[in-house]
Design a protein around this ligand. Sequence first.
Ligand SMILES: Cc1cc2nc3c(=O)[nH]c(=O)nc-3n(C[C@H](O)[C@H](O)[C@H](O)COP(=O)(O)O)c2cc1C
Length: 414
Amino acid sequence: MAAVALNEPLELPCGLVLENRLCRAAMTEGIAGPRNDPNEHHFRLYRENARGGAGLILTGNAMVDRRHLERARNVVVDASTDVGALRRWAESAAAAPTLVQISHPGRQTNRFVQPNPVAPSDGPAVPLAGLFGRPRALTVAEIEEVRDRFIGAGERVVTAGFAGVEIHAAHGYLLDSFLDPAHNRRTDAYGGPLEHRARLLVEIVSGLRSVLPERAAIAIKLDSREGGDDELSQLAGLLERAGADLLEISGGSYESPAMLGLDAEGREIQTEHESPFWNSAAAASAATAVPVMLTGGFRTRAEVDQALSSGVCAMVGVGRPLAVWPDLAGRFVRGEVDVLERPAPRLGGPAPVRKMLGAAAGSGWHRIQLARTADGKPPLMRLPALLAALDYTTVDSVQALLARRARMKLACDP
Ligand SMILES: Cc1cc2nc3c(=O)[nH]c(=O)nc-3n(C[C@H](O)[C@H](O)[C@H](O)COP(=O)(O)O)c2cc1C
């Protein structure tokens, strides 16, 4: 991979040209109404994001199955989605190439949303304050349905006018847990060697490639797993052959939130580089001609420049700083600022509290800032970390219960 600069364009294999090498990473919005369609709040948020100056925008995770949500107020893209609303969302984001991230949460869905989650294999519930149900293994017919739902969702968003899709296969959600031997103990065609564990993801990518227009981009978000860079490299090869345009490397899950810079105990991860996934991105870049994007932890121009100029990645993803200030992307690319400022709300208290609520506080704080932009309000810098921790652990559960009731009233449950 040739050395490049942040403000240089990047042409993806599908022919889509990105103006620069900074991507606004996917961040869940949680601002849809009870029907889970995009609305005026999404339109405002993505108008701001698209004008913010990043070369590529990823939306927060949109769900492919309304029975399985990452949180109560996700957007869902399925046969019941309001096509007009999807089109208006794409129009609002048209100032920059925007990919809708499509996902299935697998076992990481709040029990008030889905008390009976699904996974590749039966296994333990996510151990967080009793908020999660114990997952059961999907049948082969259900796996095929999941595949078709991803392909259908991808087709719908591209038909609506988005530049493409990102398939979420990281952070412990369903497609990631198929890849992960710790969660996938199947002995059929979807378990065992990497080719089998990757079958569902590869079929989704090749299925999408065959139905989407040539210039629609297919990105895939993948996890760096400790000691797993050989597998990641092999997987990059499989996805290249299936038709991938961009591989985003991140890491972590609800149990060990490395994507937020925290370990399983809620302590800050210390690594040589700002991004804990640096070495995995380098391994993936060496294994494939598909551009690799590294997301997580970037703060300074020196690290961004080094990652790009050394060929560790072809693009950098930035999340939290742009949740607070969407226009920081452009200011950073243009060289007006050299630091991607990231306010870090700190949760005090004893270690078990930090372990249980550290990630909820960090992500909740930033999601609330997104929701404020979506409401046309400025960031609320003095938002207390403890209050932010309630965003997912409490507010979302209440919203899930209310949404379930509202859905029953609207009788739009599938
Ligand atoms: C509020 C919030 C919501 C997030 N939602 C998603 C999501 O929907 N999909 C996803 O792949 N990653 C999600 N992430 C992870 C980010 O995409 C990114 O990987 C992470 O924030 C690390 O990048 P950063 O250090 O630049 O923030 C989210 C992160 C935050 C803070």
